[in-house]
Write a protein that binds this ligand. Structure first.
Ligand code: 13P
Ligand code: ZN
Length: 281
């Protein structure tokens, strides 16, 4: 299969691998297909495939088609053999089952994080019908921060916002966090989908990140921006536990005005500038 969608889906997998975010089979990707994209390949779909349990229910995604990476498949191999590593699935009439209508030609199942992907895509569809991509990766710096920052989305967001001026412009809604949990099931999906009701990025403690977007560029760009900021924060903390300069709350209010974005005041709490340690005076 060689469509514009297949090429775009493949590109983000390769780009993510090249960033070092996809060791072995780490990470996964899903995309809610447009009607015209399904129409384009309709004659290649096997609608006779068996129905399988999703493990959760996503009624507002009924009868829709999704392109998803396979469980245990390596992101770096998608460019070599799309049909072996990726599936197109269709959700059933009540949103509890799916069938593999294309791909995974050598067997296998969609990603083990399918419940999280579909629950997120459902919530995102409610927010904006054109939000179609959910991307999961294991970026090292973001994961490193989950060992030194409290399990608190407001604190996590403020630390990341402060470290790179573009952050509150790119994701003014901030970052949601999920405490360490066993991955791959409904429970972690419910927590992540709750975050996606209002935010586009969720950090799973000691595991990785989920980023959402209208398209692959947006989801990848969001993951990239958070991870870049995390890398800088790791460097700063590696040099010192004291910041002698930073962006102050009023600076964020000025950014919000200049870039016409809304930044929740909860992120702009007053604190000592040098908070990582104490103000040195
Ligand atoms: P899958 O290979 O099942 O997609 O799992 C990879 C992963 O990152 C789980 O969180
Ligand atoms: Zn993972």
């Amino acid at each position: 299969m060689d469509t514009k969608l297949v090429r775009a889906f493949t590109k983000i997998c390769t780009d993510g691998y090249n960033q070092g975010w996809h060791e072995r089979n780490g990470g996964n990707l899903s995309y809610r297909m447009k009607d015209e994209e399904v129409e384009e390949i309709k004659d290649q779909l096997n609608e006779e495939a068996e129905w399988l349990e999703i493990g959760t229910s996503v009624p507002d995604l009924k009868n829709e088609y999704f392109m998803v990476t396979g469980s245990g498949k390596y992101m770096r191999n998608i460019q070599l053999d799309f049909e072996d590593n990726v599936a197109i699935i269709r959700v059933n009439e009540d949103g509890t089952k799916y069938k593999i209508v294309y791909g995974l030609i050598n067997g296998g199942r969609p990603t083990s994080e399918l419940p999280t992907h579909l629950m997120n895509l459902e919530v995102l569809k409610h927010r904006d019908p054109e939000m179609r991509v959910v991307y999961h990766a294991h970026p090292a710096n973001t994961i490193a921060l989950t060992f030194v920052l409290p399990v608190n989305g407001v604190v996590f967001t403020r630390e990341i916002f402060e470290i790179m001026t573009e952050c509150p412009v790119v994701f003014p809604q901030g970052i949601g966090v999920v405490e360490w949990m066993v991955p791959g099931g409904r429970e972690i999906g419910v927590k992540t989908a709750k975050i996606m009701e209002t935010q586009n990025v969720a950090v799973w403690y000691h595991h990785g990140m989920f980023a959402a977007g209208h398209d692959f560029d947006e989801a990848f760009g969001l993951m990239h921006t958070v991870e870049k900021a995390a890398e800088i924060l790791v460097k700063v903390r590696s040099m010192s536990n004291i910041k002698i300069n930073t962006i102050e709350p009023q600076g964020f209010r000025d950014i919000a005005e200049a870039f016409n974005v809304s930044i929740d005041e909860k992120y702009l709490f007053e604190r000592k500038t040098y908070e990582i340690g104490e103000k040195p005076e």
